[in-house]
Write a protein that binds this ligand. Structure first.
Ligand SMILES: *Cc1c(COP(=O)(O)O)cnc(C)c1O
Length: 363
C-alpha cells in the first residue's frame, strides 16, 4: 500500500532533532511564550521575508486574530474564495462580518481578480487570498484592485509555506498572512500550531496582545483578547524542521513535475504546468468526472488518495444560511477533485507505480 500520507514516516528523518528539542524544552522549565517561541518567530519571519511573525495556537486562530486586529465594522463585506477549507470563513462569520463568495478561476481553482471586481461594494473591506493546494493566487491584479478600492488583503497561506510569487514568498504578498503548522502541512508541528506574519508594526503589536489575553505585562490587560499562544515545545519542533522546508518543497516539486509529464490519462484533468517550481504542492489535485469510482480503482490497486474537499463550505450544515447559494464551479470541483499521494516520503519507485497504475486505469 502506498498511503496518501503517513505522518510517522514524514517525521522519521527529524526524530533525533525533535527529541533533542523536546529535551531542551523539558529541561528549561518554561513552556509557554518564551525563548523558543521568540527564536522560531524570528526564523519564520526571516524565512518569509516579513518584519514580524507571531506564533499562535493554530491556523484558524491566526485568521481570527488578523480579523480581530483589523476590527472592521460589523456587517463589513469580506471577499473570500468559495473553493477553500471552511477555516478561511469561520472567523469572518464569528466576528459578524459578511463573507462574499467568489467562484474560482477555472484553471488554477484559486481566487482571481476578474471574478472579484464585480462583487466589490461600499461595504467591502478586505479580500482573503487563499493559496490553495500550495499555489499562490495571481496576486498582482488582486493587489491592484485592493489599491484601487482601498481594501486590505489577507493571505490564508496555511497550504503554502515557502511558495513564491514573482520571487516573493507566500505571507509577504499582503497586509497580513495566516499560517497553520497542523501536522499534515508542508511545515508541520507535532500537534496544533500557527502563525501570523506581517510587515505592519501596529498590527503585529495588536496581535501579540490579542493572542495573550490582551496583555504584554502580567495581569495588565489592554484589550479583551484570546488565549491562542504557540507553546515552547511546538516552537522548538518547528525550529528543528524549518531548515529543511526548502529541500522538502523541492522534493515535492520534483514529484509534481514527474506527475505532470508522465501521467497521461484522457479522463483525468491535471493541474496547470506553468508554476511547477513556485507552487509547493501541498496537495496534487486531479479531477475526474467519476471521482469516486476512480478513487475506488486506485484503492484496489493499493494507492491511497484523499478528497480536499468532498463538500464546499457553503453547502455544509454549519452554514445553512448559505446553502441556497449557486456556485456551480465550486460545487463541481468538490464532486470531482482527488488528491494523489505527494509527500517527502514517496520514493521514485512509488511514483513509477502511481503513474503506471493511473495510466492503465480503465476509466
Ligand atoms: C489547515 C488550514 C487552515 C486551518 O489551520 P488549522 O491549524 O487546522 O486551524 C486554514 N486554511 C486552510 C486553507 C487550511 O488548509
Amino acid at each position: 500500500m502506498i498511503p496518501h500520507l503517513n505522518l510517522q514516516a514524514v517525521n522519521e528523518p527529524y526524530l533525533a532533532a525533535l527529541q533533542e528539542a523536546a529535551s531542551r524544552v523539558l529541561a528549561s522549565g518554561w513552556y509557554v511564550l518564551g525563548r523558543e517561541v521568540e527564536a522560531f518567530e524570528n526564523r519564520f519571519a526571516a524565512y518569509c521575508g516579513t518584519k514580524h511573525a507571531i506564533g499562535v495556537g493554530n491556523g484558524l486562530d491566526a485568521i481570527h486574530l488578523i480579523f480581530k486586529a483589523f476590527d472592521f465594522p460589523e456587517g463589513s463585506e469580506i471577499i473570500i474564495p468559495a473553493n477553500t477549507y471552511i477555516a478561511t470563513i469561520l472567523p469572518i462569520t464569528a466576528l459578524n462580518l459578511v463573507p462574499v463568495w467568489v467562484e474560482p478561476d477555472p484553471q488554477t481553482y484559486n481566487l482571481s481578480a476578474r471574478n472579484i471586481e464585480p462583487l466589490i461594494t461600499e461595504k467591502t473591506r478586505a479580500i482573503v487570498a487563499v493559496h490553495l493546494y500550495g499555489r499562490c493566487c495571481d496576486m498582482a491584479p488582486i493587489q491592484a484592485l485592493a489599491r484601487q478600492y482601498g481594501l486590505k488583503i489577507i493571505e490564508d497561506a496555511a497550504q503554502a509555506h515557502g511558495a513564491t510569487y514573482q520571487n516573493r514568498k507566500a505571507g509577504n504578498l499582503s497586509d497580513a498572512a495566516a499560517f497553520s503548522f497542523y501536522p499534515t502541512k508542508n511545515l508541520g508541528a507535532i500537534g496544533d500550531a500557527g502563525a501570523v506574519v506581517t510587515n505592519d508594526d501596529a498590527l503585529a503589536q495588536q496581535i501579540r496582545l490579542l493572542r495573550n489575553y490582551g496583555s504584554d505585562q502580567k495581569y495588565i490587560h489592554q484589550l479583551p483578547g484570546l488565549n491562542s499562544r504557540l507553546d515552547e515545545l511546538q516552537a522548538a519542533f518547528l525550529s528543528a524542521k524549518l531548515p529543511s522546508l526548502d529541500a522538502d518543497n523541492r522534493r515535492r516539486q520534483t514529484i509534481a513535475a514527474r506527475y505532470l509529464t508522465e501521467i497521461q490519462h484522457p479522463g483525468l484533468m491535471l493541474p496547470p504546468k506553468d508554476a511547477i517550481f513556485e507552487d509547493v504542492w501541498h496537495l496534487f489535485v486531479v479531477r475526474h468526472p467519476q471521482r469516486d469510482a476512480f478513487m475506488t480503482y486506485l484503492h484496489q490497486k493499493h494507492i491511497g488518495t484523499a478528497v480536499h474537499y468532498p463538500l464546499a463550505p457553503h453547502q455544509q450544515d454549519a452554514y445553512t444560511e448559505y446553502n441556497h447559494l449557486n456556485l456551480p464551479l465550486t460545487e463541481q470541483l468538490h464532486r470531482e477533485v482527488l488528491s494523489l499521494p505527494l509527500n517527502t516520503t514517496l520514493r521514485d519507485a512509488d511514483v513509477d507505480t502511481i503513474v503506471k497504475t493511473i495510466n492503465e486505469a480503465p476509466l
